[in-house]
Design a protein around this ligand. Structure first.
Ligand code: XMP
Length: 608
């Protein structure tokens, strides 16, 4: 079916795709285009949205895109940077200053189709340094923003020209904190652009099945099926498209799985009727040798991704399936976090986006029916395909598994004690105000700030405080101390004073310890009925001896999220924490236990 569609111009960052996702949820197909795409390629769309941009300034990007796009007789709506571009093009002015961060109230000045169905004051989300200070003659101000009753008004938060069909919002309607942003997106697509809302999950399934037919032709697919939500839904879609005879599944035990995971996955696949051509290989030794001696997160990730391809090819040959295409349950964040869109930074290389796989994709040898979707959408699709509830609502588990939750080290601390002390002194200034103590750890973890990858130190906080206070102090630390991207809360009795970083690589012994700790945490969440309330809860081991005791600091990271692109750290009940203190600290080799307090950004969900 041909759908009316909106083009979203990706001016960069991690969030442009969110706009497309939100428009699709309003029933209108939206697709991502690049600023340098030809003006011709925009002609088939009924509307165009300009995304914001984290890395560009509205002042110096004259050559970024072809301004002839403004000559098209198609409505255009810009957000943030995009809004400033629209204003400038039609004679407005943009100045550096009058920043706004976070929540603000939009005061709507006019009964306008863009705001159909909405009250005149709307909570919106702002994140900008530059501001529109004047608008062109043909434009009018549709709304201004201000923070609370007494805030100063920021003009031109929403602007438009109905004659030209050009509009701009300084705020980000795509972000969940712009409470009715989705209604404004729907109003643009339907009221202004005249799109018919024909896109839904049923339409997606039909379109995807057509695409799979086109790509696969009369060949077959061999799908890497970890048993996670994504690969399971991908298996169902491919099964519907090709029939079970032309779909084979390979479940690899890479030695980085949770306790008893492979056994459980194989049984679940059989129960779902996907057991026909289901193959299993225990490749733990291959993965352990590929990881031998590696300590850097990106090296580990790439070794794991490459090993998947080697094992896949070996198994395909052994089973006589060499001519099959490789199937993967890749979803959109895997691509964007690997820097797989033009302007996005590589936050981390996802296992299904290593260079050998990119080459296979370019050669048309990879089928990925979920590559445009976020986790929320994958789950919705899974429900449509009648996949059992428990399978769909399992916590996301990354392809590299425990490999990215078991930190490794060559034992060398690459920061001086003076520098660590400086971080600690800066953190203590904030911690003191909350009667907390603080110390900086001599290890690093991956994070993301202003859409760019970071690899920085965590601060450990110690003392009695409630969750809001812990969140507040961590927020102040991140905002003020350059070089810190994580905060953890010590669950041990005293603030540790002596950390010794130990040489440690990926060994079966360490993995077994992590499996055990992870099992205790997951079991605790289930017992406390928290499994579905918490989106994901990695358990991490860091090779630190603390005050002469043990070898591994264990960190629990419960978070809430919808798409995995941003996340908030989540409180665990005190009763569960004290149970975990007892059970995890009793494991042989554990030196301490802490709870991760970090939102994403500035931390990522996984530590590596
Ligand atoms: P981060 O750590 O980037 O994770 O905040 C966001 C979400 O992605 C998952 N993740 C992965 N999933 N392959 C995957 O299939 C990977 O290489 C990978 N790395 C991270 C992570 O568990 C979280 O849900």
């Amino acid at each position: 079916m041909n759908h009316d569609a909106i083009a979203v111009v990706d001016f960069g960052g991690q969030y442009a795709h969110l706009i497309a996702s939100k428009v699709r949820r309003e029933g209108v197909l939206a697709e991502i285009l690049q600023p340098e795409d030809s003006v011709e390629s925009f002609k088939k769309y009924k509307g165009i949205i300009f995304s914001g941009s984290p890395s560009l300034s509205a002042f110096n990007e004259d050559s970024l895109y072809n301004k002839e796009i403004f000559d098209l007789d198609i409505p255009i709506l810009g957000f943030c940077f995009g809004h400033q571009e629209v204003a400038k093009h039609y004679g407005g002015k943009v100045i550096n200053g009058k920043k706004e961060w976070g929540r603000a109230d939009l005061h709507i000045l006019k009964d306008h189709p863009l705001f159909k169905g909405l009250d005149s004051i709307q909570q919106v989300w702002m994140s900008h340094n530059d501001t529109v200070s004047e608008i062109g003659e043909e434009f009018e101000e549709l709304g201004y923003s201000k923070l609370g009753k007494n805030g100063e008004p920021h003009h031109f938060a929403a602007i438009g020209s109905d004659k030209l069909r050009r509009y701009g919002f300084q705020y980000h309607p795509e972000v969940d904190d712009s409470i009715n942003g989705h209604i404004m997106l729907r109003n643009f697509a339907i009221e202004i652009c005249g799109c018919k809302p024909t896109w839904d999950m049923d339409a997606y399934i039909k379109d995807e099945i057509n695409k799979v037919h086109k790509q696969v032709g009369d060949r077959s697919v061999f799908l890497l099926a970890s048993g996670g939500v994504d690969s399971t839904v991908a298996a169902k879609v491919l099964g519907e498209a090709l029939g079970s005879d032309r779909l084979s599944l390979l479940h690899v035990d890479n030695g980085l799985m949770r306790k008893d995971e492979s056994q459980r996955v194989l049984e679940a696949f059989k129960e779902m009727g996907l057991g026909n051509n289901l193959h299993f290989v225990d490749a733990s030794d291959d993965f352990l040798s590929a990881l031998e001696g590696l300590v850097e997160p990106e090296d580990k990730r790439k070794a794991i991704g490459n090993c998947f391809v080697e094992v896949f090819e070996r198994e395909a040959k052994r089973l006589g399936l060499e001519n099959h295409l490789l199937g993967q349950g890749t979803i959109y964040p895997d691509t964007v976090e690997t820097g797989g869109t033009k302007r996005a930074d590589t936050i981390k290389t996802h296992h299904n986006r290593v260079p050998v796989i990119e080459e296979m994709i370019a050669a048309g040898k990879v089928v990925e029916p979920l590559a445009d979707l976020y986790k929320v959408e994958v789950r919705e699709l899974g429900e449509k395909l009648e996949i059992p509830h428990d399978m769909i609502w399992r916590h996301p588990f990354p392809g590299p598994g425990l490999g990215v939750r078991l930190l490794c080290s060559n034992g060398e601390v690459n920061i001086s004690q003076e520098e660590l002390n400086k971080f600690t002194a800066a953190a203590i200034e904030f911690a003191d105000k909350y009667n907390l103590k603080a110390v900086t750890l001599p290890i690093k973890s991956v994070g993301v700030k202003a859409d760019l990858r970071t690899y920085e130190h965590p601060v450990m906080l110690h003392g009695d405080a409630n969750w809001e206070e812990l969140q507040e102090v961590s927020g102040l630390i991140f905002k003020s101390i350059e070089g810190i991207n994580r905060a953890i809360w010590n669950l041990g009795a005293n603030l540790p004073t002596n950390f010794k970083l130990l040489p440690a690589t990926m060994t079966k012994e360490r993995l077994d310890l992590l499996r055990e700790a992870d099992h205790l945490v997951m079991d605790g969440l289930t017992r406390h009925n928290l499994h579905e309330k918490i989106w994901q809860c990695p358990t991490v081991l860091v090779p630190l001896e603390i005050d002469g005791v043990g070898k591994e600091l264990c960190i629990i990271r419960p978070i809430r999220s919808a798409r995995g692109m941003s996340a908030v750290a989540t409180e665990l009940p005190l009763e569960l924490l004290s149970e975990l203190k007892e059970s995890v600290l009793a494991l042989d080799g554990i030196s301490g236990l802490a709870l991760d307090l970090t939102s994403k950004p500035p931390g990522t969900i996984e530590w590596e």
